[in-house]
Design a protein around this ligand. Structure first.
Ligand code: ADP
Length: 309
């Protein structure tokens, strides 16, 4: 099957600064593909090249088996994106905004289509209110409706949940899953939050300082034998001391008065709990932690069994 997106040996230099260096990945039909990396990793720069806002220094970007350089117009007509913060006419309603944007992009902007999109993104009951009265989350959802106006096959979203509260984040996640599962769209989604990508993406690539660190199936990549765990204990000081003469002496990551966070093999989590209890340290909870930083640490630890580039 021809991949929906293929990025090969992509480079971008700003003067002498290399923002993107030899980035390669492939997105297949139906993927919710996570594009993950800390701030400054080069995600936006890559996405801007994928949507022709800026030119690559070198490398190749193909959509649907065709080159973005030679088939730009046709490819862009099949992509919907929210890249920069969506720009709307604040004194007009959502309905009117979509109508104008539809006219500009020559998309199908029939009343019925606009009604359907507003319903899809949960804005139908507010469709005739001025956009200036909308919350940030509502504007994001209107942005998504706009990206869907021309019924694209691929949707590219750059940090779509940035600045949203947990409820707003969930609304966007649910929408993305709906578009993927019910509408068969291929979704490319950048984020700096690992747990968010973990919740919705099936495949992902992780970028750091412009370079690919890992690429593959989310479940496989996150199922490393090394994991980070926070133990809620009666005394973190005693817990730390109890580890000193054991095989886990180097596992310490950080602590507060009553929590201690360790990077350990998943098989050892229960044994460490047992050790604490034997040393009369009570353990109230054991919670796995997964932040991007900790994932990086687990990748570079020798326990990690994923392919690290
Ligand atoms: P991300 O989206 O992962 O946060 P960006 O792609 O925005 O990262 O930025 C990657 C790096 O490239 C950053 O160090 C940023 O400062 C730099 N950068 C981005 N755009 C430009 C530009 N137009 N000129 C110079 N440097 C840039």
């Amino acid at each position: 099957m021809i991949p929906v997106i293929e990025v090969k040996h992509l480079h971008k230099k700003f003067d002498n600064f290399v923002a993107v260096e030899d980035v390669n990945f492939t997105v297949n039909q139906g993927d919710v593909y996570g594009f993950l990396g800390p701030n400054g990793a080069g995600k936006s720069t890559t996405i801007r090249m994928m949507t022709t806002l800026i030119k690559p220094t070198s490398g190749e970007i193909n959509f649907f088996g065709k080159s973005l350089t030679t088939d730009r117009k046709n490819i862009l007509s099949r992509i919907g994106s929210i890249i920069e913060k969506p720009d709307f006419y604040l004194y007009l309603s959502a309905r009117k905004n979509l109508r104008i944007l539809g006219e500009l992009s020559k998309a199908d902007y029939s009343n019925k289509k606009i009604e359907e999109l507003l319903d899809l993104v949960g804005l139908l009951s507010r469709a005739d209110s001025k956009v200036k009265t909308y919350s940030y989350g509502m504007k994001q959802r209107l942005g998504l409706a706009q990206a869907l106006l021309h019924d694209p096959d691929v949707i590219i979203l750059d940090e779509p949940t940035n600045g949203l509260d947990p409820f707003g984040m969930k609304e966007i996640r649910d929408l993305i899953l709906y578009l993927s599962k019910e509408k068969g769209k291929t979704i490319f989604l950048s984020s700096h939050i690992l747990s968010e990508v973990e919740m919705i993406a099936n495949r992902m690539v992780i970028l750091n300082k412009g370079k690919v660190i890992v690429e593959g199936v989310v479940k496989d990549l996150l199922n490393t034998s090394a994991m980070t765990v926070t133990y809620d204990v009666s005394s973190s000081q005693k817990a730390k001391e109890s580890l000193e003469s054991t095989q886990w002496k180097d596992s310490f990551l950080r602590s507060t008065d009553t929590t201690i966070t360790l990077t350990v093999k998943s098989n050892d989590v229960a044994d460490i709990t047992k050790l604490f209890v034997e040393k009369s340290i009570s353990v109230n909870s054991v919670v796995p932690v997964r932040s991007l930083e900790e994932y990086f640490i687990s990748l570079t630890s020798e326990e990690a069994n994923v392919h690290v580039r």
